[in-house]
Structure formats: structure tokens, C-alpha cells
Design a protein around this ligand. Structure first.
Ligand code: ADP
Length: 260
């Protein structure tokens, strides 16, 4: 009887510990949701006035003004455009991080998405004297997901590969179906990422301390967006990288059946 009493006592303590943990998880989730709403509200509030600033700056730049004023206007224009990029990324980040707004999946051919993304990146790649190729099988590589988000996922990876690779090298986007998954790899022969940086890579606003990487423009939000898109699609992301030896970002997503 004593043993039963002790077991019961332990069981009650375990239940209480479980309840406490459950409450904590709920509180953290609520805080996270609040953070997301706060970011979205602030970004929305900043977006409208900023859009009008960019519009007026363009108007003023078209005026016949002296060189000093022109220089000031163009610096303001660059700054304002950078702010627009950060705000747009924050709005997207809060959208893809919002659990009340889940993906409505449909079959998306990733080979087509990859080719479109590579076409759009070709100007930036050409400027850095890089080749960007898509290696895709003859069959369609169908993921189950949101086409705009999957486009954004690939374009963030490819534009990073282009930004963080020395001129003259190659970037490859390779696709395949493996069982009930589709796999997309974005490989570069670029700067590579140190082990210390790899741990923080997918957090908001993280930018590497590598001086050649920091010299490239960026917000530090691209990979945070990538991670959330992959997560809400039920996928996984893997990274093989070593400093000075390039990086491979590998994304696995649930496949869609051609018939579905
Ligand atoms: P951003 O490119 O705007 O800085 P990201 O979130 O896309 O933001 O990337 C975060 C950081 O990770 C970058 O600043 C860069 O240092 C590093 N990084 C991302 N992709 C690569 C890559 N392919 N090769 C080397 N470094 C990379």
C-alpha cells in the first residue's frame, strides 16, 4: 500500500511538471505570435510613408538641380530603397511565420520554378561573371506547396549563391525525386560558411562576420524566410559548407504525385 502511495505521488508530480511545461509552451507560442503581429504592424505602418518618400525622391531626381543636391538625392534614394527591401522582407517573414495562415498546397514543378529563378538572376550573375545552371531530370519534379513561396525559397538560395561566390565560378541548381520527397540542391563554389556561423545562419538579421561576405548588400532575412517556408511545407533543409570550399544548401520537400 505504501508503494502504491509513493507511485501515485510520483505520478501526480509528473502530471504537474507536464502541465507546467505545457503552460510554458503555450505562453511562448503566444509571445511568438505577438512578436509576429508587432513586426507586421510596424512594417505596414512604415511601408506607406516610405513609398511616398521614394516616389517624391524620384520626382526630385528628375529635376534640373546642381551636382551636390543630385548626389544627396541619390544617397537618400538608395537608403529609402534599402528600407523598402527590409520592410518587404519583414512583411514576408511575418506572413510565412504565421501559423494561422497555412500553405494551401498544390503540385508545383520545381524544374520550371528553378529555370525561372535562374533566368531572373542571370543579370546579377553576369555582372559577377558567374555561370548558373539548372540540372533537372526529364520528368517533372513535383513538390506539394505554394508556387510563390517555393519561388521565393529558390530565389533566396540562388541569389545568395551568386552574391557569396567569387567571380568566374559556377553555381548549380540540381533537382531530383527521391522516394516520396523532392530534393533541390543549390551548390556554389563560393566563400563557404564557418561552423560557428552555420549555427546562426537561419536566424533573423544574422549576417556572417566574414569580411568578403559582409561587403555584399543584404538584410540578413533571406535565410530566415527560407527556413520558415521549408518548415511550413513540412520539409527539411541541410547545409554542407566549409570556409573557402563553397556551400550546398539541400532542401527536401514532400513530393506531389503526378496524378494528384
Ligand atoms: P543576406 O544575404 O541578406 O545577408 P541571408 O539570411 O540570406 O541574408 O544570409 C545570411 C548570411 O549567411 C549572409 O550574410 C552570408 O554571410 C551567409 N550566406 C548565405 N548564403 C551563403 C552562401 N551561399 N555562401 C556563403 N555565405 C552565405
Amino acid at each position: 500500500a505504501l508503494d502504491i502511495g509513493r507511485d501515485l505521488g510520483t505520478a501526480i508530480l509528473n502530471v504537474r511538471a507536464f502541465e507546467r511545461e505545457h503552460r510554458l509552451v503555450k505562453e511562448l507560442q503566444a509571445l511568438d505570435q505577438y512578436k509576429g503581429q508587432l513586426i507586421a504592424t510596424v512594417a505596414h505602418e512604415l511601408k506607406n510613408p516610405l513609398t511616398s518618400i521614394v516616389g517624391y525622391l524620384e520626382m526630385l531626381e528628375a529635376e534640373d538641380v546642381n551636382a551636390g543636391v543630385q548626389q544627396a538625392l541619390s544617397a537618400m534614394d538608395r537608403g529609402a530603397r534599402r528600407m523598402v527591401r527590409v520592410i518587404d522582407d519583414l512583411l514576408l517573414l511575418s506572413k510565412v511565420g504565421d501559423p494561422s495562415n497555412p500553405v494551401i498546397p498544390r503540385p508545383v514543378d520545381l524544374s520550371t520554378v528553378a529555370r525561372d529563378v535562374v533566368d531572373l538572376t542571370s543579370l546579377a550573375a553576369g555582372k559577377r561573371d558567374l555561370t548558373v545552371d539548372v540540372v533537372a531530370p526529364a520528368y517533372p519534379v513535383l513538390a506539394n506547396g505554394d508556387p510563390d513561396e517555393l519561388d521565393r525559397l529558390l530565389s533566396n538560395l540562388v541569389s545568395n549563391a551568386v552574391k557569396y561566390t567569387e567571380p568566374g565560378r559556377a553555381v548549380t541548381v540540381a533537382l531530383a525525386r527521391e522516394g516520396d520527397e523532392v530534393v533541390v540542391e543549390c551548390r556554389d563554389e563560393g566563400f563557404g560558411i564557418s561552423e560557428a556561423d552555420q549555427e546562426k545562419l537561419f536566424t533573423e538579421f544574422f549576417r556572417s562576420t566574414n569580411p568578403v561576405a559582409v561587403a555584399q548588400p543584404g538584410t540578413g532575412l533571406g535565410l530566415a524566410i527560407v527556413a520558415r517556408i521549408v518548415e511550413r511545407h513540412g520539409g527539411r533543409i541541410e547545409l554542407d559548407s566549409a570556409l573557402g570550399r563553397g556551400s550546398t544548401f539541400r532542401v527536401r520537400l514532400p513530393a506531389a504525385d503526378p496524378a494528384s
